[in-house]
Design a protein around this ligand. Structure first.
Ligand SMILES: [Zn+2]
Length: 202
């Protein structure tokens, strides 16, 4: 399972080889859209698109929980909310393969140990860099932190716009969707939930 450890570096550098049948699939799509895949500007497009998709979906080769392996026990008695907010992320919707662009706020209430703060963003990106629906992405991030860090509470709020709605379909730019997942104290205690949401700016 060595491939399930972290982001694939070859994919990130854009060096991954693209099999001919994958390029053919993209040529078919170009033709279907109404263009000529043989014209000069489109000759290398199938390769570029294929590599871009490997990169958008690099999360499939990653186990996001690995970012929570290293915890710090010396927290100096700190037992209040830890919050990372305005984390920008990009994902793609599984229904249209169109971009989902937004920001996330991730909070937890530590139980004697904490993680490096950047790790919360890494967990988010590990799940975002797959085909997603926003509701599942929100739940997966919260559950991963809940299961691996075992805190007293987890709160995840994601606010994102969906290109499948802004650029096609009902074409409503400026609309965003907000989803949240509360666990532990933030689910059970009304006051804690209010406090975390207000720290997040909601
Ligand atoms: Zn969609």
């Amino acid at each position: 399972m060595s491939s399930l450890v972290g982001p694939d570096e070859d994919v990130e550098r854009g060096k991954v080889p693209v099999p001919e049948h994958v390029q053919d699939a993209i040529r078919t799509l170009l033709e279907w859209a109404g263009d000529d895949p043989r014209r000069e500007g489109l000759v290398d497009t199938p390769k570029r698109v294929a590599r871009a998709w490997k990169e958008y979906c690099v999360g499939y080769g990653e186990d996001p929980s690995m970012h929570l392996n290293r915890v710090f026990e010396e927290v100096g008695g700190y037992d209040e909310i830890v919050l990372l907010k305005d984390i920008p992320f990009q994902s793609h919707c599984e229904h249209h393969m169109a971009p989902i662009i937004g920001k996330a706020a991730i909070a937890y209430l530590p139980d004697n140990h904490v993680v490096g703060i950047s790790k919360l963003a890494r967990v988010l990106h590990g799940f975002a860099r797959r085909l997603q629906i926003q509701e599942r992405l929100t739940a997966e991030v919260a559950e991963c932190i809940w299961d691996n860090l075992k805190p007293k509470g987890v709160a995840v709020v994601i606010d994102a716009s969906h290109a499948c709605m802004t650029a096609r379909g009902v074409r409503t730019p400026g609309v965003s969707m907000v989803t949240s997942r509360m666990m532990g104290t933030f689910l059970e205690d009304h006051k804690s939930r209010k406090e975390v949401l207000s720290l997040m700016g909601y």
